[in-house]
Design a binder for this molecule. Sequence first.
Ligand code: NAD
Ligand code: ISE
Length: 336
Amino acid sequence: MTVRVGVIGTGMIGRDHTRRLQQVLAGAHVVALADYSFDAARAAQADLAPEATVYATGEELIAAADVDAILVTSTGSTHEAYVLAAIAAGKPCFCEKPLATTAEGAKRIVDAEVAHGTRLVQVGFMRRYDAGYRMLKEVVDTQIGTPLMVHAAHRNPSVPEAYLTPMAIHDTLIHEIDVLRWLLDDDYVSAQVVFPRASSKAHAKLRDPQVVLLETAKGVRIDVEVFVNCTYGYDIQCQVVGEEGLANLPEPMAITKRLGAELKNDILTDWKDRFVASYDVELKDFIAAAQAGTASGPSAWDGYVAAITSDACVTAQDNEGTIIPITLPTRPALYN
Ligand code: NAD
Ligand code: ISE
């Protein structure tokens, strides 16, 4: 069965996912598009999905009889309402991160899905599908002994002026929040943030870099450097230290050059290139589950836990050095 998909939000990643569904992956076809900017939706239609219908609102798209499944790739603050509408319509829904911009909003989605009784939501935490993280998890699970510590870094070459201090958590660290929980099969119990000497590229509304310290229920200590104006490239690092050894996330494949009396490798600069394959695999997973009328992969519960953890980290930013406890509610059976 070919899944007929409606895409809400045809900005950068909405267009990229539409391209994937239309040109790369089998089993799905984009039949509907909507964006707050009608011109943006029309442009995506012209460039990527000429046969799709453009709807004036996301709500109309969700209600359309010929739309089987929904992709929510609009601005983060709009996700909650669209995901709730998709659940109410009983349609599988892939939602880019964040699931919602508040923990309360994410909880409303969990409650709605639990009331529906089966999974319909997949959150766009694509790193769980990355071949490097999967190899790392296999080694952590089987070879290096009990994990004790994680040292990680999330570095972007630069960010726009509108990117502010809390976005380092909600927009950027959120990937580590999810993937490290998955990697360690653990949950967080506290967060703390400290700010090193500021980069000259930081400004009044953006403290950069920052170091987030997380502690897990099993006692693992995690430090993540978030440095969003690191200048030199897009660089994701992750090292897990276990009782008997340590394991590093592999570097992306790159040609080693001996050139001009130097030995060098290029470093990627764009997150789209770094995780290009994992975006394909996450959507393949979404299509396969949607064909059966359900969802798999990162769940609404994972989105909710990420939102609770993000909120604690933002509180920790506002109270530099203070350890902020993280308490999770009981996980509903649907997510076991
Ligand atoms: P973008 O600004 O390029 O696109 C967002 C689009 O949403 C715009 O076209 C805008 O007009 C539209 N929009 C705004 N309000 C809307 C509404 N109420 N209804 C319908 N459309 C609306 O942003 P982007 O970079 O494509 O990011 C979109 C989402 O994807 C964000 O939540 C972001 O965090 C997430 N994202 C995830 C990753 C990842 O690595 N998984 C990467 C980038 C972005
Ligand atoms: C962006 O929104 C993403 O999700 C990227 O994966 C992340 O690396 C970047 O920091 C975010 O701004």
